[in-house]
Design a protein around this ligand. Sequence first.
Ligand code: PLP
Length: 356
Amino acid sequence: MKKHNFSAGPSILPQEVFEKSAQAILDFNGSGLSILEISHRSKDFVAVMDEARALALELLGLTGKGYQALFISGGASLEFIRVPYNLMQENGKAAYLDSGTWASGAIKEAKKFGTVDVVASSKDENYTYIPEGYTIPADADYFHCTSNNTIFGTQMHDFPETNVPVVCDMSSDIFSRELDFSKFGIIYAGAQKNMGPAGTALVVIKEELLGKTGRNIPSLLDYQQHIAKESMYNTPAVFPVYASYLTLQWLKNQGGIKAIDAKNNQKAALLYGEIDRNPLFKGSAKTEDRSKMNITFLLNNEAHTETFDKMWKVAGISGLNGHRSVGGYRASVYNAMPVESVQVLVDVMKELEKQA
Ligand code: PLP
């Protein structure tokens, strides 16, 4: 039986993506070759890369607005390095919002390139909230934030108005909600949460921001080189890009971000509703900053842990344990998670209440 996969990533993908991927592993586009063995320079794969890049921009509403989309390797973590390399002036300064473990990872890398002004941090309360009321210095080369904090279950619901280019790590909520994406200078996301299998990252760049630092950037870290080579500077992760392309096509067929946003609201309302109603549970993130992708919650009385853990496992749920730095539970309800699976979890929570 297929499990209800609440894992934070790698995570659930649409069933149709598994089926089409399986077919492509056996015979890609009737070519007599597997997607695992075709050349990345083959006509069929070049078409996949081109269409995936175009589709990413289309879904984000950025077609024809001066943006380029790349699928590059190294994960979101390599963008922690590529971003300052490409945007921070020699002896320059960047502003960072410290809203979680991944944000602080990005800060650590940026400090190797120049001055980092951490404009605000929620570390004081184990990142249970999104800091606000901060000022972004007008002379910063860019402002970096993390739209969704995968580990702590917090999400930025507003983004600061600033003339400084905004760079956003959207690894765990890309394509999940309607935003004005043209407010961002760079958006990046590891594929393995809301887009595809691990192995590639999507980077969306406003091209006019590049080439201004005076740095001698190693080619593989230089966004301009990747753009010039149409995301084929070196061998791309062929299969992860193909599976990501299938997910983007699925999303378009679902009605795009607008339609999925409505479904994600419904799923989040269902689960947060139960967390708030059921006296055995409490949410772990500040209510106003709750994430619609990673829903973190705790048992009020840890004595129920063993029973609850047994019950959700018997119900076919997988990947519900919280991150070790938060404890408790984390239900990741990415785009591909059906509302029916969330209902299964809610029913288990109700059943625990009856038995307790
Ligand atoms: N940023 C966020 C918000 C994440 O959730 C993760 C991984 O969980 C990363 C960055 C790191 O991604 P990667 O493993 O692709 O480097």
